[in-house]
Design a protein around this ligand. Structure first.
Ligand code: GDG
Length: 493
């Protein structure tokens, strides 16, 4: 059983009053839908429409068709959704866990609704679970679910995976409900993180805040009361084979060629992000401006296509961010556009359909993935899988979880360093074809080998491993602490 905030299909009411479903977007759906199609099971989550409506079940049944898995909706009122999702999840946990505590609104009412809604999810899990199910809970919206399920008497194995970063101790300490949340997490039997960075941050918090907890198995087993909790790091992957296959298709090849023609065969830089302040879009645009100023040879030679996918636009900070991005695009185009000719930034504010997105990936010579902090960042991996001619260069933030795996092929940047990022853009443009192929080859191998199916298998293996000495994962999967240290102690400049 998979439990996440949203179901993989979003239900909405059409103009004629009927309910229609469309596939959801975002990293989690992209990652888990192929897995459920593969294995079957039940997915519990919010269907995207307020309150319970008789037709929701029918619309969900139509959405899955004969796909072999079921969807169990959690009915939430608009008020619950406001306190739980917009409130506690996205105005407390999201900024805090991305180290942006100054953006947090620690409203006790948000916390109350968050706990209440986690209880509602627990109810739907209990209604749909059978004795031997493994319940796999996803992400920061459901941190209290393990504890709610235990209170309701469920004693089957529970797994939890955090898709976003876990913050360092001194940031986590700001959370008024820090003890309750940490204890609730320890009600799961396995807690998975994206990177060693996050796992270590979590372990530091447990050591400091819960001195009664003990650690064994090289820090990967927490002993608390009579419970043993496994803690591991499981970097999420993508369905790399599907991306490669689609990137090879005739339609994608034709769309990619058309994109090149549209920008007059200039060097194509690409940014693709949800509208989110963690993705570092304004700083990236400023770095692009710095590059055009500092390296005039880039002018008329490069075009940046920035795709921004609308997201969370009910939250004021997201609306402000959109205005800031549009202002910067206007300023930069105003400074450099050649009337009747080159426009440096093409700005796209909408979601693209998947094949179009892959055409953008395939066409781009350089991808700019520069989040301020990111659990993993699937766009980086999707770009590599779609760069079938191995001509793409990935400029990647050191603070994306993906950097731990892709560090040897990507050009790593500190997104706060405008000069450094501008230098990387210039360097990427001048990178010889053989070097591009070598770097992209390394990343493509990694993305192909450590794909989403392997991620699921490793998580489930860790949940069910009887031989606890075999529990620490093999070094080829998780970057070792030594490798990580070597990376951080290397001067980037
Ligand atoms: C969270 C964590 C972690 C984007 N634009 C379009 C589109 N997308 C798809 C991409 C990709 C997904 O959305 C974005 O995934 P990310 O990983 O980049 O970011 P989050 O949504 O913040 O995801 C993140 C992830 O969970 C998984 O664990 O990596 O760190 O924050 O798959 O393809 N899809 C379509 N059109 C678009 O225009 N169809």
């Amino acid at each position: 059983m998979v439990v996440s905030n949203r179901l993989p299909f979003v239900i909405s009411r059409a103009a004629d009053g009927t309910l229609v479903s469309r596939p959801g977007s975002g990293g989690l759906v992209t990652a888990l839908l192929p897995v459920l199609r593969d294995r079957g099971g039940v997915w519990v989550g919010w269907p995207g429409i307020a309150d319970r409506d008789g037709d929701v079940d029918a619309a969900l049944a139509t959405a899955t068709g004969k796909a072999g898995y079921q969807l169990a909706p959690v009915a939430l009122s608009a008020q619950e959704q406001a306190g739980f999702y917009y409130g506690f999840s996205n105005e407390v946990l999201w900024p805090l866990f991305h180290d942006l505590h100054s953006l947090c609104i620690f409203d006790p009412e948000f916390w109350r609704v968050y706990c209440e809604v986690n209880r509602k999810y627990a109810q739907v899990v209990l209604e749909n679970t059978h004795g031997d199910d493994f319940v796999w809970v996803h992400d920061y919206q459901l941190l209290m679910l393990g504890s709610e399920l235990r209170h309701a008497g469920l004693d089957t194995p529970l797994g939890f995976f955090l898709h976003i970063p876990f913050p360092p101790l001194d940031i986590y300490l700001k959370l008024p409900w820090r003890f309750t949340l940490l204890r609730a997490l320890l009600e799961f039997d396995l807690i998975g993180f994206q990177t060693l960075r996050d796992q270590r941050n979590f372990t530091d918090c447990v050591r400091t805040l819960l001195p009664e907890a003990g650690f064994t198995h090289r820090g990967q087993m927490v002993q608390i009361g009579d419970r043993q909790v496994r803690v591991g790091c499981f970097p999420i992957g993508i369905d790399a084979a599907a991306f490669e296959r689609q990137a090879h298709s005739e339609q994608v090849a034709a769309d990619a060629a058309a994109l090149h023609a549209q920008v007059n065969h200039r060097e194509l830089l690409l940014g693709v992000d949800r509208l989110d302040y963690t993705k570092g879009i304004p700083l990236r645009l400023e770095a692009f401006r710095t590059a055009l100023r500092k390296y005039p040879d880039l002018q008329e030679r490069v075009t940046l296509i920035q795709v921004v996918v609308p997201s969370r636009d009910d939250i004021p900070q997201y609306r402000d961010l959109k205005i800031r991005i549009e202002q910067l695009v206007g300023e930069i185009n105003g400074e450099f556009t050649r009337p009747g000719g080159w426009v440096p930034i093409h700005y796209v504010y909408r979601a693209l359909d998947r094949l179009k997105l892959i055409a953008y990936y395939r066409a781009a010579q350089i991808a700019l993935v520069t989040p301020l902090k990111d659990g993993m960042n699937l766009v980086a991996k999707e770009f590599c899988a779609s760069s079938v001619k191995r001509t793409g260069v990935l400029i990647l933030s050191e603070f994306a979880g993906a950097a731990a795996q892709l560090q040897h092929g990507a050009l790593l940047v500190n997104p706060y360093d405008l000069d450094g990022t501008a230098d990387a853009i210039h360097r990427a443009c001048l990178l010889p074809a053989a070097e591009r192929r070598r770097r992209m080859g390394l990343m493509r191998r990694n993305v192909r080998r450590q794909d989403v199916f392997r991620w699921v298998n490793r998580f489930l293996e860790a949940a069910f491993a009887h031989d606890l000495d075999a529990f620490p994962l093999p070094d080829d999967y998780v970057p070792s602490a030594e490798a990580e240290h070597a990376y951080w102690s290397t001067e980037l400049d």
